[in-house]
Design a protein around this ligand. Structure first.
Ligand code: ADP
Length: 648
């Protein structure tokens, strides 16, 4: 342990020994000087900070020891004020024994009251504080540079400049690992104004370094590296350039992505600098951040490439009804430019007939379901294309990701094949259906011509006539269907009253009802408004439903017809106590030629066109039709039509 004020200069002995021990033990660097600024004593902290031993500087003027020439005047002024009895403070720089500079906060105070014969100088080392400030600035510079850039090439000049300026270095270079060549390639170099680093820049940009050489050493090691003075480092290949630019210390750190080095950043400064742990740690962290940015921007680039290359239509759309992004395939397929597509609510481009289903699917998307759908989109030239979609949404972000394929050719081909197949099926079906009654008629007429008496002949002719009626009925149905399907049937809208129309139908089938012994009850709302509909078509629809109820209900059954209206329009329903419809057949009931199994035995000659026709008619008037049934328990058919339908 040192004695207080050991080996003192003149006069210090007179001081309070307690003050002496305070100075000795103080963690701040303290120096006591006489009126001529000569060293009287210093403490251990001073020795550590400046590298001088007390013994070697005692009695020597401090200007020559620790004041850099550019601070001489300021130092003299501070010392004068101290000797005048005033304390003062300054943030400044002093020089160590080894010539390096150190940032300090200097306080000079007189020793004793009033004008003094000596002062004490307290130096607080600001190195750490400065370093922290520099680091913060460097980190901020990197964050800012990355936020403003989409690729590492964009970011490089900003990162190099920002970091170099923050830590006061003169040159920075960024290298990227070229995996194919297995070399480091310089992507950018930044140099401070006033530094003649042209040769160094040329050398750096021209050079490729393999792993283990130059910046490739940092690549090989995967950790930050420091060269105290490149002009003295044998292995430093760009020495000539560094010398010409007056660069000495060099520092490099790797850019890391998932544990792999993807690049290296180097900085050079004109002073000779020792490495320090906090800087190494901070730059290692920056390297991590830069590496991850490279990873992200590469993923982004890969995604962008697929996005542009894709032949499929890719898009990101908002729940607000607008596209956020579309790829080039959209313009190729539909003919719009990307800005045109982004400006238009996307539903406007969907074919009117497909919009309702599209809306339903959109609603499903909003609940997070993945959706596939097919719909027609209007092209710029007014034509339509079939798009087959796969879509999924991120409901919390109100965003839909979707891929669509132009399915027009497939659809056209598919539809053509379907049409040809249907035509073929239809022709063979109809041929069959017509041949049976026609053969029957021929057979009856043969019998009639060979009949032994006129009574017998008359009865055969009567049977032939009934078969003929059936045939006419079938041909009429087929004609109706074909005209309704092709839209060629002319619709005549007139005021009709559903109850009156129903009664008319019931009169036409009264004989049949009587024959089967059914009870028919009609419950019609007396306040029912007239409807604007085609009388003949509606009568046909009601007739088909009533005939079915009569036909598919065993003798002595009950048939209830209800006619009423509500906000949705006019409702017409018929309930019978008949054979019912098996569950499996109910979904296909309104298809052309469909017949349920249990109906085949009841009527062997029916063809399965009646309900299809009813559906075509009801839908033609913008209405809907439905059925409820249970096998053996009877059936309910129900249709609703608007009072004044928008004809479709
Ligand atoms: P069709 O009566 O000529 O077979 P429809 O198109 O009128 O053809 O009816 C299709 C099928 O629906 C019938 O074959 C039958 O299976 C079933 N169906 C229709 N109406 C009824 C009903 N009221 N009760 C039971 N089944 C019915």
């Amino acid at each position: 342990m040192q004695p207080p004020l050991a080996r003192p200069g003149p006069g210090v002995h007179e001081h309070d020994t307690r003050l002496g021990s305070l100075i000795r033990a103080n963690p701040l660097a303290i120096l006591v000087v006489d009126a001529e600024n000569r060293v009287e004593m210093c403490n251990a902290a001073f020795e550590t900070l400046f590298g001088y031993r007390e013994a070697e500087i005692a009695g020597i003027g401090i200007e020559s020891l620790i004041v850099p020439p550019e601070h001489a005047e300021e130092a003299a002024a501070l010392s004068r004020r101290g000797l005048d009895g005033q304390s003062s403070q300054s943030v400044t720089r002093r020089r160590r024994k080894d010539g390096t500079l150190v940032d300090v906060e200097l306080t000079i105070s007189p020793l004793g009251d009033g004008p003094a014969t000596r002062t004490y100088n307290i130096y607080r080392d600001l190195t750490e504080q400065r370093r922290t400030e520099h680091h913060l600035r460097a980190q901020y510079a990197v964050v800012e540079a990355l936020a403003q850039s989409s690729t590492i090439e964009d970011a490089a000049p900003r990162v190099l400049r920002g970091v170099a300026e923050a830590v006061g270095w003169q040159v920075g270079a960024m290298w990227i690992v070229d995996k194919t060549a297995n070399q480091l390639k310089c992507i950018d170099l930044w140099r401070a104004a006033g530094v003649d680093a042209r040769l160094f820049e040329a050398e750096t940009r021209a050079h490729r370094f393999p792993r283990g050489v130059g910046p490739g050493r940092t690549w090989a090691m995967g950790t930050p590296a420091w060269i105290v003075d490149v002009t003295k480092a044998e292995h430093f290949s760009r020495r000539a350039g560094a010398q010409a630019a007056g660069l000495h210390a060099a520092f490099s750190f790797p850019m890391m992505l998932e544990g792999e080095v993807v690049g290296v950043v180097e900085f050079f400064t004109s002073t000779v600098l020792e490495s320090d742990d906090t800087s190494l740690r901070m730059f290692a962290a920056l390297g991590q951040q830069l590496g991850e940015f490279i990873g992200r921007s590469r993923t982004q680039e890969q995604f962008e490439r697929f996005f542009t290359m894709s032949q499929d239509l890719l898009c990101i759309a908002g729940f607000d009804g607008y596209f956020k992004r579309v790829n080039e395939a959209w313009s190729r397929v539909l003919g719009y430019t990307a800005p045109e597509l982004l400006a238009e609510p996307y539903m406007n481009l969907v074919h009117l007939d497909d919009r309702d289903t599209a809306q339903v699917e959109m609603a499903r998307l909003a609940t997070g379901d993945a959706v596939t759908m097919e719909n027609r989109w209007r092209c710029r030239d007014g034509s339509y294309k079939w798009l087959f979609w796969n879509a999924i949404a991120k409901p919390e972000e109100h965003i839909i990701y979707a891929v669509a394929r132009d399915d027009t050719v497939y659809q056209a081909d598919h539809q053509l094949k379907e049409t040809l197949k249907m035509r073929h099926d239809f022709v063979s079906f109809v041929t069959h259906q017509l041949r049976t009654p026609l053969s029957g008629i021929k057979w009856m007429l043969d019998l009639a011509s060979n009949a032994e008496n006129p009574e017998e002949a008359k009865s055969y002719i009567q049977d032939a006539r009934e078969s003929g009626d059936r045939l006419i009925g079938l041909v009429n149905d087929l004609l109706h269907v074909s005209r309704l399907e092709s839209g060629k049937l002319q619709v005549i809208l007139e005021r009709v009253q559903l109850p009156e129309l129903t009664q008319q139908v019931l009169r036409d089938v009264a004989a049949l009802v009587r024959e089967k012994g059914h009870k028919v009850v009609v419950d019609a709302d007396p306040t029912l408004p007239d409807a604007m509909l085609d009388r003949e078509l509606l009568q046909q629809a009601i007739l088909n439903l009533v005939s079915n109820a009569i036909k598919y209900t065993p003798p002595g059954g009950r048939i209830d017809i209800r006619i009423f209206h509500d906000g949705d329009g006019l409702h017409w329903s018929i309930r019978d106590s008949g054979i019912g419809i098996p569950q499996a057949g109910q979904a296909r009931l309104f298809e052309k030629f469909y017949r349920a199994d249990n109906a085949l035995t009841v009527d062997t000659e029916a063809v399965g066109l009646g309900l299809y026709l009813v559906r075509l008619i009801v839908e033609r008037f913008g209405g809907t039709i439905a059925c409820e049934s249970e096998e053996g328990q009877g059936t309910l058919f129900h249709f609703a039509v608007p009072v004044a339908p928008g004809e479709r």
